[in-house]
Design a protein around this ligand. Structure first.
Ligand code: GLU
Length: 455
């Protein structure tokens, strides 16, 4: 079992590549790495792994920083790999001079894919070239292994299955394999936490550690977050992009709470976590071994919870910002009580409470019951027209009378009322909404319904 060294020695890093559109799996790695460091009074390092220039997205670094800020994760140190090229070159040349790496001039080829050598050995390894890319000279019959502190098991490879990986490309940029090892050593990383995808790279790293004489840190590979239909959560379905979730109106608090519990669980049944309480509770024993499933309903449930917990003024500003100033703040404030407890995300407001936030819109009235024309009748419209003093009490009374006149059951009458006012069956409380929408608006909308469904 892993024993922590001195508390202050714990140093973790989040090492994203700036390829744009951060996946929630990456964000989860950042949360866990942050908590592991901070729980032990250690340091959390942000390192941008930008050595693959082809995959780099414009603004990628800024996006990473701004997302971490949104989730209130602050880093103690910051590095960019492309600013450290000389360090990697020196390490690669050292490996060549000590016989653990070699120059190769068939760089574009991938030993594994193209199979130019049956035993994954590169054809240039014994040519004694003095320029080109630098590749790792994998020893022939050795065993490499490490103890994975997330999976809680030893993982072992025999070197015949490890290919002669490129360490330094001929353009002077290192590959991930070299840069990650050099940096984790240089930056005194005590615990490496990364996605499961990277496990096949680990034997290469272990050899590089050995040949460079570096101490291997604790390494842990996190589970994959799965799609409910099976398979890895895919970018195509959209729900995996952090930016997309935020743009749909999921609150950072809800995303955080949801994501940390996808693959980790506390000893007790605590369900709600913010960054501070997660750091306090964090324990590597809580990592789960089975792949968690992305449960949209759970995320919605957390979001509804955090929406309800916001103060009125925070919520008004957040909705105002979410809709980029489209709706007046005073209007939002007055209508908020009608929908705040019923929405799961901000993007639902327009479809759920449409006319309340935008009275210039008259939705398409929906006919729900077969008694529609008895419910939305001339008598009902007259009841509304005859309200002299527009108070909530008088609105309730007029609608109550209209329901009795309609001959319909209470449920049926109000179903058609909802359908007519909102064009929907799931709506905010309809009497209160009618009161808020006002007499003129309501009459226009009732007439619209009557006309539409009398045809
Ligand atoms: N740059 C890698 C990534 O984007 C980092 C992998 C690691 O943490 O070692 O996930």
């Amino acid at each position: 079992m892993l024993k922590f060294k001195q508390m202050a020695d714990v140093r973790t890093r989040f090492a994203p590549s700036p390829t744009g559109s951060m996946h929630i799996g990456n964000l989860r790695t950042a949360f866990y790495a942050y908590a592991l460091a901070k729980h032990n009074n250690g340091k959390f390092i942000l390192r941008i792994e930008d050595t693959d220039k082809k995959r780099e997205a414009e603004g990628g670094v800024e996006e990473i920083k701004s997302l971490l800020n949104i989730f209130a994760l602050s880093w103690d140190e910051f590095y960019i790999q492309s600013e450290r090229l000389g360090i990697y070159k020196k390490a690669a040349e050292k490996l060549v001079s000590e016989g653990h790496a070699f120059y190769c001039q068939c760089e574009g080829k991938n030993a594994k894919k193209e199979g130019f050598s049956t035993n994954l050995r590169d054809e240039c390894r014994d040519k004694g070239l003095t320029s080109g890319a630098i590749k790792l000279k994998v020893p022939d019959n050795e065993v490499v292994s490490f103890h994975d502190f997330v999976l809680k098991e030893d993982v072992t490879w025999h070197t015949p299955v490890v290919f002669d990986a490129t360490l330094l490309k001929s353009d002077g940029y290192p590959t991930y394999h070299l840069a990650v090892v050099v940096d984790d050593n240089d930056m005194k990383i005590s615990h490496v936490l990364r996605g499961h995808d990277w496990l096949p790279s680990t034997p290469i790293h272990l050899l590089v550690y050995r040949f460079l004489g570096f101490k291997v840190p604790e390494i842990g590979h996190l589970t994959d977050i799965l799609d409910p239909e099976g398979g890895k959560l895919s970018k195509r379905k959209g729900s995996s992009s952090v930016k997309k979730l935020l743009s749909e109106g999921y609150l950072p608090e809800a995303i955080f709470n949801f994501v940390i519990l996808a693959g980790w669980a506390p000893k007790d049944n605590q369900e709600f976590f913010d960054v501070k309480s997660f750091v306090e509770k964090f324990d590597i024993k809580g990592f789960q071994k089975s792949n968690p499933i992305f449960n949209q309903e759970k995320l919605d449930w957390f979001n509804g919870h955090y929406i309800r917990n916001k103060s009125e003024s925070d919520l008004v500003s957040m909705i105002y910002d979410f809709y980029k100033g489209k709706y007046d703040k005073d209007l939002l404030r007055s209508k908020l009580p009608l929908f705040r407890d019923r929405i799961k995300k901000f993007s639902e407001i327009e479809s759920f409470a449409g006319p309340l936030v935008n009275p210039s819109v008259h939705p398409e009235p929906l006919k729900v019951t077969t008694n529609y024309l008895n419910n939305i009748s001339n008598a009902t419209i007259s009841q509304v027209e005859n309200i002299k003093d527009w108070t909530q009490g008088n609105v309730n009374q007029a609608l109550g009378t209209a329901q009795l006149q309609s001959g319909s059951a209470v449920g049926d009458f109000y179903m058609d009322m909802r359908g007519t006012i909102f064009g929907n069956t799931g709506t905010p409380p309809v009497n209160d909404s009618i009161y808020e929408l006002g007499k003129d608006w309501t009459i226009v909308q009732l007439r619209k319904g009557q006309e539409k469904h009398s045809k």
